[in-house]
Every structure is written in structure tokens, then in C-alpha cells.
Design a protein around this ligand. Sequence first.
Ligand code: FAD
Length: 404
Amino acid sequence: MPGNKHLADVVVIGGGIAGASASFHLANAGARVILLEKGRLAGATTGQSSAVVGAFYGAAAECRLALATLAELEHFTDEVGGDPGFHQVGLLELGGPADGAALSAAVELRTQAGASVELIDASAVAEAFPGLLADGVSVASFERRAGYVDPVALTRAYAAAAERRGADVVERRAATTLVVDHGRVVGVDTVSGRIRCDAVVVANGIAAVSLLAPLGLDFGLTPRPVQYARFTAASPLRPELPAVLDDSQAFWFRADGDEIVSGLEFVPTGPLSDAATRDYAALCQRKLRRRLAAGTPLSSSRYGTMTVGMSPDGRPIADRVEGVEGLFVMVGDSGISLKFAPISGRCLAEWYVTGAPRSADISTFSAGRLRGGPKHTVTLRPGGHRRTVHLLRELSAVTAESLE
Ligand SMILES: Cc1cc2nc3c(=O)[nH]c(=O)nc-3n(C[C@H](O)[C@H](O)[C@H](O)COP(=O)(O)OP(=O)(O)OC[C@H]3O[C@@H](n4cnc5c(N)ncnc54)[C@H](O)[C@@H]3O)c2cc1C
């Protein structure tokens, strides 16, 4: 019932990419949806995401789900509507001397999962990607279908498409309590009154912990700071610059207009001080200069920290909650979930409407996998621990004055 702010089939809590995707897919399937966002759409983690979408995982299940999201992005304008700012520039992964065997095994696994990825001779990198330097690179892979989106545009496009299908998207209205009666969801209390509904999708990032706790639900989520550093390039970047996972430097970057967004493959366990965050940015700048052709002047534009919600095994949770009828969650984003949110939102909508997810197998994101503790921690790229130790050494050697 569009326009009635107190009655819905489904209330979606959180207007990041997870909530926006779920809202669109639910409304598209005919559900009456109210999306509640306590601030602005994509105003939290999603807004600062590097938003790279590709099958660059060490497990086939995650690769397949990332590919399902890529398929949705490829047909986004026709099937959802609007422009998600999808730049299908490919994903270049650069390995150092110790990475050869692991990268080639990863390419095989990703290929078997359906990814269009190939190994490239290190000497061919600079030739194939003018503007990039291959110092210290021994082996590389390139995933053609991968790319990045504009995370704010994607979130807004889903929300606008949900509205066109009758959803109410309400910013600056926070959910305060999930209302459950006899084991089933019957409503959501908000800062401006109760909404009656028969299902809820909890997609409000790490704040989900306090919303779920009164129901005795604890998925073991913990807040974790993730840093990023942005730079302005004084000369225009090549439009075809791929997203780069630079394993050889434990670093990643991609273009964003005339800026570059970057970060280290390093997950601090606690907040970094302002000085340490500046050191982090200085180290990113040093690594970026090693990769960009001489004559690409870079100045620091902004750096900062966002908080993500880590699940115990580093995989997101997208599931229907057992024991509470009508309750769905998209939580524990673990700093990797933008690429999964489109397909997870679609599957949860199918679950609500038809009783089961249909488009993909999202059991790798089930809450049940965590019973009895995490079994397999997600692996992004091989040799992670070795690289983290090295990065910590590099970070302690860098001085704040190095940032220009
Ligand atoms: C620097 C960085 C780089 C990243 N790079 C990538 C990448 O390349 N690829 C990738 O796939 N992922 C990446 N990620 C991770 C990805 O961005 C996140 O996993 C994803 O954006 C999480 O989306 P979300 O909707 O779950 O959470 P959020 O974006 O945090 O959205 C949750 C929303 O809920 C709202 N909210 C909170 N409480 C309430 C309430 N009570 N009522 C109503 N609303 C509420 C918040 O205001 C917020 O807008 C990156 C993250 C960072 C920080």
C-alpha cells in the first residue's frame, strides 16, 4: 500500500547496498515494501566502497555468486533501470615472485566456477595495460567481465526502481525494535511509530547486533575498521584502467573519475589513530606511484576509516532466520559484500515470495554454517598472512611527512 507509512508486507531496515537490493527485488516480485534508512541512502559503508565486482575468490561458491551479480549489472539498465555507474574495465591481479603457483591455482578454480579469467605473462602486463608499471610483478591474471560500480549510484538506482514498483523509501527514519509475537515478525517500531508487517529484512550493517540481541540472536558479528585513501591524478587517467589487486604489494586501487581510490590488503584489529591513518595513506601513495607510469602526478585528496561488520569466518550472512518466522538478515558484510548484495537480495526476495531462493545457491552465506564456530575462513588471495606481516613492517617504517 504505497503511501501508508504504517503498513507493509516487508520492512527492510538499512539503506546501504544490501537493503536497497532487497527492497528492489521484493517490490519487483510484488511485495509492498517500506525501506527504512536512519540517515541517507548509501551514507555509511556502501558510500566509501571501492565497489569492485569480480570472481576473485579462493572458493567456487563465492566466485559463482559474484558472477551472478555481474550478470545482473550487465543487464541493469533494462531489468532494474537507471545507471549504476558500472565500468566493466576488468580486474588485473598482479603477483610477486612468491605468488606464481597460488595465482595459477586460483585462476583454474575461478575458471571452473565460470569466470573469464586468464593468466598473463608478467612481461605482457605493461604492453597490455599502457599506463601501468609492472615492477616486481612475476605473474598476473586478468578477469575480463569484472569491473567496479559507483556504489552510491547503484544503491540509489535500486531504491528508485523499488519506488517505481510501489515501495516507500524513507530516509531519516530509524528502526528501533523488531516486534515479534508467538515466534513470528508482526512489525517494526521506529522513531516515528510502529509499522505492521509480516516480514523484515535486517540489513543495517553492524547496528544489526543491537536490533537482533533482544530476540536472543547473536551471529558473532564484530565491528572492524577498514581504511581507504583517495588521490587526485593531475593528468587524466586512462579510461580503460582496470581495477587492480596488487598482490605483489598487498595493495589495491581503481580509478574513480580523475581520482584513484586505494587501500592496503591489511585489516587492523582495532581503530587506527589519526597519525596511523595518515601513514596508511602515505604508504598507499608510495605503492601507487610504483604502479602508475611516470608523469602521473598524484596528490592526496582524502583518506579515512569506515566500520564494517565482520562475521566469524569473514563471509556475509544472507539467510532466513530459523525460529523467527518472517525474519531475514543480510548482515556481517565482512568488507566484501557489495559484490554479493545484488544476488543475495534477489534470492531473499524469492525466498519470501516463493518459499525458496531460486536464482542462485546462497547456502555459503547461511547463518547455520556458523553453528559450532567458523569452519573455513574466507580466502581472498593466497599468502595473506605473509603479506600482512610485511605490510605491518612497511607501515611502521613510513612517516607521515611522506604524504603529499
Ligand atoms: C574502503 C572499502 C572498500 C571496499 N571495497 C569493496 C569492494 O571492492 N567490493 C566489495 O564487494 N565490497 C567492498 N567493500 C565492502 C562493501 O562496501 C560493504 O560490504 C557493503 O557496502 C555493506 O553494505 P550494507 O548495505 O550491508 O551496509 P551499509 O552500507 O553499512 O548500510 C547499512 C545502512 O543501515 C543504516 N542503519 C543503521 N541502523 C539503522 C536503523 N536502526 N534503522 C534504519 N537504518 C539503519 C545505516 O545508516 C546504513 O546506511 C568495501 C568496504 C570499504 C569500507
